[in-house]
Design a protein around this ligand. Structure first.
Ligand SMILES: [Fe+2]
Length: 167
């Protein structure tokens, strides 16, 4: 007989799924509309974030199916239930993209972490999967943050300071 998911399994995995799908969609939107200084490194970094988010979405959806749930990542469902703020249409300055995605990566991680205590009690394997996902999201947020610090310190460099080349 097919298993039936517990409420906490359904909620935590489904929420993570829509957030990850939204993150990958917003990532492409920014990848295409980014401009300005540090264009190339942020443009490429977004594709890395997207690849990780897509892989994680697949694992999370399949875990939900494994425990008897029905993963739902239809466009309308993602638009309705994503925990991430919407991205505005139009051109996006690279510095702004860094800030917006650091924010969204952390928001997705926080939503996952909000369920972990309850999930741990009922399902270690789903909790373990989501801990891994949140860890990766926060690592990407750190990488964006670190690249922004580099941008700021380069911008603030006075003459006579040896300019650092950005990657
Ligand atoms: Fe591309």
């Amino acid at each position: 007989m097919a298993p039936k998911p517990l409420k906490i399994q359904e909620t935590s995995l489904q929420e993570a799924l829509v957030d990850l799908v939204d993150l990958s969609l917003q990532g492409k939107q920014a990848h295409w509309n980014i401009h300005g200084r540090h264009f190339r490194s942020v443009h490429l970094h977004l594709d890395e974030i997207i690849a990780e988010a897509r892989l994680a979405a697949d694992e999370v959806a399949e875990r939900l199916a494994t425990v008897g749930g029905t993963p739902d990542a239809r466009a309308a469902t993602v638009a309705k239930s994503s925990g991430l703020d919407e991205l505005e249409a139009g051109p996006l300055p690279a510095d702004e993209v860094v800030r917006l995605f650091e924010e969204r990566l952390m928001a997705a991680s926080e939503r996952i972490k909000g369920h972990l205590d309850d999930l741990e009690e009922k399902d270690h394997l789903s909790a373990d999967l989501l801990i891994g996902v949140a860890t990766k999201l926060e690592k990407q947020a750190w990488m964006l943050r670190a690249s922004a610090e580099d941008a700021r310190s380069t911008g603030a460099a006075t003459s006579g300071t040896k300019a650092r080349k950005s990657a």
